[in-house]
Design a protein around this ligand. Sequence first.
Ligand code: AMP
Length: 407
Amino acid sequence: MSVVLVINSGSSSLKYSLVDVEREAELAGGLIERIGQQSGTVSHTVRVVARPGETVPAMLDVRHSDERPIADHGEAFDVMLQQFAAHGPDLAGHPPVAVGHRVVHGGARFFEPTPITPLVEINIDELSVLAPLHNPANLAGIRAAKAAFADVPHVAVFDTAFHQTLPPAAYTYAIDAEVARNHRIRRYGFHGTSHKYVSEAAAAFVGRPLDGLRQIVFHLGNGASVTAVDGGRSVETSMGFTPLEGLVMGTRSGDIDAAVVFHLARRGGLGTDQLDALLNKRSGLLGLGGSNDMRDILARRDAGDETASLAYDVYIHRLRAYAGAYIAQLGGVDVISFTAGVGENAAAVRADALATLGFMGVRVDADRNAERGAGTRRISADDSSVEVLVVPTDEELEIARQTLSAI
Ligand code: AMP
């Protein structure tokens, strides 16, 4: 059997997915939210799994929801086990062979999926300095999962790992080298699991070996990043020391002159936490256009709303700037892929992001781009010099695969 339980543990949430790696299928998945609050929510979905070559409409999946107080991550695992017992699939009959954990920050230490020993737990804990919101929550999930599944290996899959191949010129910030060394300040990059999955799926789709293929992957979700992938290796990515850098996101500013922060501290009287919240939680599409949801921005822009229009234009302007920069870094490009909520669904964003690359023969086909569909699909015209694809990301499957590879 090749069934892996994938865990993504947040500070007040637990996302889980039971994945059959051999069949590349999620058997069931769920989300437990508002852990530690007065009332928590539970949703558990049992999937109808397709036979090879078949696609099954998502509406056949069966979703169960519930509300109840959930004190901590330990109790959240009990709730998860109850969901499997009550609604299936039967975990006792088909126990997962391993548990894979999404861990946000692996620092410069972890560059591959890693079986979780007590020492690895200490390292993940120590890396909380670099990811104070994420690593402690990931670790709480690991500890609770180890108690609930004591007899199987647990593996950490790091969001930063895929970017450990960045060359020094790409990951080094041009600041005082000793300060940077003392505080471990460099670009780490995030969304690595998604960028790896999508770049491999794209190469398979176009039927060319990863080796020698120059790719750009736009992961455009609520968080957003773009990666240049050369021969299967990440060589440049837009998120940096934290996920704040780079593209305009749902609520994050992306790139900004660091002196704005000094100015707002000196003149605006904002403290560190307020500045952090401003740039991470109240900027991006939300700050400019009043909503972090691209659907709202597009609808309001189409209705003539000027603030939504400006938010959209700033978003696209940044995508174009990064596309150009990464084509220059790669010395050309063979495949450009779009993934995640915006990238998979917003045809206008895809077309506008690449609209100025006609001079180098990049052509998005309007009909193919407008068509909706499941699975990887080509949206470039037949005479395009570059393959342009939509590749639905599947971080759970990628974590499950990497977990199996590590045990
Ligand atoms: P993710 O973080 O990958 O789940 O992406 C979530 C974001 O995708 C949402 O906040 C929306 O902005 C965007 N999104 C989802 N569906 C659509 C759609 N049909 N059109 C445009 N944007 C969408």
